[in-house]
Design a protein around this ligand. Structure first.
Ligand code: IPM
Ligand code: MN
Length: 356
């Protein structure tokens, strides 16, 4: 019994989001019972269905209310009846920006028993972490149109990179690499040969901050080469730090080499405020309500949340339970091919979390 209590906001979201989050909450409750802390879950109805009914993405006061939680658990945002961009910008990106979750932490780890599309690569080769800047770059929304709709139209989308934003991300990445203490290597993934303003700043900040971490080997790779090495030599990576757009792209490739969207989880982290944990995959509308979607990514997001809360042993126990399931129980990570249902996977991980 450590007696700690944490307030957790739960946003099931759209499609299969609520189904996978239900299993994640089930497993989190099993971990809390075993390790003697308390999680108070509060549900928030923020999703495409609500938007279609009310016209609002985040209602008045929602941000203030969500901010009062130490952590949020998000299922998925995306509704086939809503034009792409509205919910992503209005809910997901808005939460990342307004709650200043400036780190997007995405571990890429191949668990035992998981099919990897890379030939001759196993769990000992694929175990690295991508730290994606989460509030700036091309995602900042700077730009505009000139002469829209005419044949002289101009569209501008600017990448915003602030000294403060880059430095806090790079510093977090060095700290994280030191804490992880695996290969003690941090790779900046950029494009210094073409993006000679943005990545000039990133590179200068990176090597400047590196001086404060003599135990960490600073390393650099262009982002295009990074994708090549994800496939050819993933074992070269320990921790990677990169900007928002590159981080978005390379972590989808990362998710594929760790076994797909069924397992990939991430954390949107504000080290000084509220953080939000989510499976990386989308709302998968076609699988909704059929008990066939894989909840492991949402369960892993829950495990990451516990580690962030400082309940390290509990988080690691969930991860161990997940590894037991991938190694011995689940047939395949793809929706509909698991050899068991969404709820049964959740039950199994919860049981193992209580006993393993
Ligand atoms: C992700 C997603 C989002 C992003 C979309 C849904 C806005 O792809 O979390 O990686 O681009 O960041
Ligand atoms: Mn993405």
């Amino acid at each position: 019994m450590n007696g700690n209590t944490y307030e957790i906001g739960v946003i099931g979201g759209d499609g299969t989001g609520p189904e996978v989050i239900r299993e994640s909450v089930k497993v989190l409750k099993a971990a809390a019972a075993r390790f003697g802390f308390k999680l108070n879950f509060t549900d928030y109805d923020l999703n495409g269905t609500r938007y279609l009914r009310t016209g609002e993405t985040l209602p008045e006061g929602a941000l203030e209310e969500l901010k009062r939680h130490k952590a949020l658990l998000l299922g998925a945002i995306g509704h086939p009846g809503v034009k792409p961009g509205i919910l992503e910008k209005g809910i997901l990106l808005r939460l990342r920006f307004e709650l200043d979750m400036y780190i997007n932490l995405r571990p890429v780890k191949l668990y035992p028993g998981v099919q990897c599309p890379l030939k001759d690569k196993g769990p000992e080769d694929i175990d690295f972490v991508v730290i994606r800047e989460n509030t700036e770059g091309l995602y900042a929304g700077a730009g505009g149109f000139l002469k829209k709709g005419t044949k002289d139209e101009v569209a501008i989308q600017e990448s915003i990179n602030t000294r403060k934003g880059v430095e806090r991300c790079v510093r977090y990445a060095f700290d994280y690499t030191a804490r992880r203490n695996k290969a003690n290597k941090l790779t900046l993934s950029g494009k210094t040969n073409v993006l000679t303003y943005a990545f000039d700043l990133w590179e200068r900040v990176f090597y400047e901050v590196a001086k404060d971490y003599p135990g960490i080997k600073p390393d650099y790779a262009h982002v295009d080469a990074t994708t090549m090495w994800f496939v050819k030599n993933p074992e070269w990576f320990d921790v990677i730090v990169t900007d928002n757009m590159f981080g978005d792209i390379i972590t989808d490739l990362g998710a594929m080499i760790q076994g797909g969207m069924g397992i990939a989880a991430g954390g949107n982290i504000n080290p000084e405020g509220t953080s939000m944990f989510e499976p990386i995959g989308g709302s998968a509308p076609k699988y909704t309500g059929q008990n066939i979607i894989n909840p492991l990514a949402a369960i892993c997001a829950g495990a990451m949340m516990l580690e962030y809360l400082g309940e390290t042993e509990a988080g690691q126990t969930i991860e161990k339970a997940v590894m037991e399931v991938t190694a011995k129980h689940i047939k395949n990570l793809a929706a509909g091919h698991m050899g068991m249902g969404t709820v049964e996977v959740g039950d199994l991980v919860a049981d193992l979390t209580a006993t393993i």
